[in-house]
Design a protein around this ligand. Sequence first.
Ligand SMILES: CC(=O)N[C@H]1[C@@H](OP(=O)(O)OP(=O)(O)OC[C@H]2O[C@@H](n3ccc(=O)[nH]c3=O)[C@H](O)[C@@H]2O)O[C@H](CO)[C@@H](O)[C@@H]1O[C@H](C)C(=O)N[C@@H](C)C(=O)N[C@H](CCC(=O)O)C(=O)O
Ligand SMILES: Nc1ncnc2c1ncn2[C@@H]1O[C@H](COP(=O)(O)OP(=O)(O)OP(=O)(O)O)[C@@H](O)[C@H]1O
Ligand SMILES: N[C@H](CCC[C@H](N)C(=O)O)C(=O)O
Ligand SMILES: [Mg+2]
Length: 512
Amino acid sequence: MSLIHPRIPLGITLRRILSGASFVGCADIRVQHATNNSLDCGSQALFAALRGREFDGHHFIRDAIQHGATSVLVEYPQSDVPVPQCVVRNSRQAFARICSALNGDPSRELSTVGVTGTNGKTTTTWLVRSILQTAGIQTGLLGTIEYNDGFRVEPSTLTTPDSMMLTDWLSSMVSHGTTHAAIEMSSHALDQFRCAGILIDAAVITNITHDHLDYHLDYDAYRASKLRIFENLKPGGVAVLNADDPGSISCLAHAPGQVITFGIHNSADVSATILQQSSQGTTFVLTAGVERIEVRTSMIGEHNVSNCLAAAAATLHAGIALPDIAAGIEALTDVPGRLERVDCGQPFNIFVDYAHTDDALQRAIAAAKTLTTGRVFCVFGAGGDRDRSKRPLLGCAGASADVAVVTSDNPRSESPTQIIDEIVAGMPITAQSHIEADRAEAIRWALSQAGPQDTVLVAGKGHESEQIIGSQRLHFDDREVIGRLVTAGLKGPHDIPATNLIGPHKNVGQIA
Ligand SMILES: CC(=O)N[C@H]1[C@@H](OP(=O)(O)OP(=O)(O)OC[C@H]2O[C@@H](n3ccc(=O)[nH]c3=O)[C@H](O)[C@@H]2O)O[C@H](CO)[C@@H](O)[C@@H]1O[C@H](C)C(=O)N[C@@H](C)C(=O)N[C@H](CCC(=O)O)C(=O)O
Ligand SMILES: Nc1ncnc2c1ncn2[C@@H]1O[C@H](COP(=O)(O)OP(=O)(O)OP(=O)(O)O)[C@@H](O)[C@H]1O
Ligand SMILES: N[C@H](CCC[C@H](N)C(=O)O)C(=O)O
Ligand SMILES: [Mg+2]
């Protein structure tokens, strides 16, 4: 459902915004409302028939007309359809452009940093927002954790919302006087043209490693979807690339205009020298051209310094001065569930992290090791109904901990023990491991083993507050579970009343 803002046009005509479109049964189509859901057409709507993973929207055209659609957007002309048709080559791309136009093309009025990459998108967008807000600039954010127009905040449904919701939020930012935005652009969203027509000032590619090959099928297609972010750049926009990551820097040749590189290990326009790392944070010297400044962040891990550099490069391009960038990085105390410290008075470090790829897990473990004189216990699993090929890679990465505690993440429709077997298949035979499919019990075991010099890293679910098992969504927050276990003196989870660990069942009737 569209939010209503005074700056939204009263309607648009398709011929003006869709070059190359042809029309059946009319010379042009005037649109006031558009949807891709046949069940949510309302009267006078344009129904956009999108080809999806499960369904082809073209099969729902009659359904849409019955629900009130008065025109359709299609990829091939339909016979026996009693309403005007607009025929385009790519209805997802055209639909995104229509959504943006119906919302008054809000991205034209915003200065926006778009961030893609396998890991680090959420962290980088939060850093960008912190830098801009600390400099006194009202900034919106759309990403994995929240959608925020500068005033209103809602928990996210997808990392990158669909085209209707995306442009609604951008429009809401403009209406509320928000001038800047940071947007996570997932590979799924770029592949599905959810962001088509959204203009951005900086396109950040944090890194391109391995994820979502269930969807993209191979690395080249995955990388190609990330490269599509350059199509969103305004004239004069900048590509921000990671000199330390072969996948990111390989995009340099495709950048349409100016490029700013960042890096810790390789020569780059924006770079860092790490001075000190402790469980309280990291100090580094940030260098951009001839300017240098010492920065202290409460974030942990070299990968987070890399994220700071990406955010610094994007905001330098937005005209923010280096001291303000340093202040903005320092002002961000926490990104929920990203190496988040959990302190319940226990005599060792506990971190909850969102690592769910092999590169992320290996880096999160490396970060924990720099702070630990004893052993690092890493509790992790892998999501069901997601890229199976990353499971043995996660196993291999998890084995870099001193003790790998393999458990369930969100098994969804799959067998937890089958997923665990596929993870364990990637672990070297010499790895120290403990296998426990019940996540709460796995956490309890790790906590019960840890001594004062050790660290327990609980990875994979970060800020998530549910565990998806079969068709059920069970309340489950790693941070809460840890808190309750430590408070209860690390008794077995079955000795603790069930409500202490797992909240009420919410059967959603489908697998997420
Ligand atoms: C695999 C995938 O990405 N699917 C997304 C995709 O769905 P789809 O278009 O393939 O949908 P479909 O069910 O095949 O239907 C095709 C078309 O028929 C229409 N339809 C269908 C049935 C009907 O009765 N009537 C009707 O009109 C649908 O509205 C749709 O337009 O487009 C939809 C609208 O944009 C998304 O909601 C949906 O995300 C699903 C829920 C999803 O789980 N996506 C995940 C994998 C995702 O995108 N994740 C990334 C995160 C990645 C990361 O952070 O690392 C994200 O951006 O969040
Ligand atoms: N620059 C980085 N390089 C490698 N790993 C990183 C980097 N930044 C963060 N990580 C790891 O990836 C995890 C997820 O980080 P973040 O949420 O910022 O990434 P994301 O790209 O938004 O992930 P998602 O695709 O799930 O939304 C972190 O918890 C950390 O383990
Ligand atoms: N955006 C990622 C999140 C994965 C988080 C992990 N907890 C899982 O459920 O696999 C995805 O949809 O693949
Ligand atoms: Mg994210």
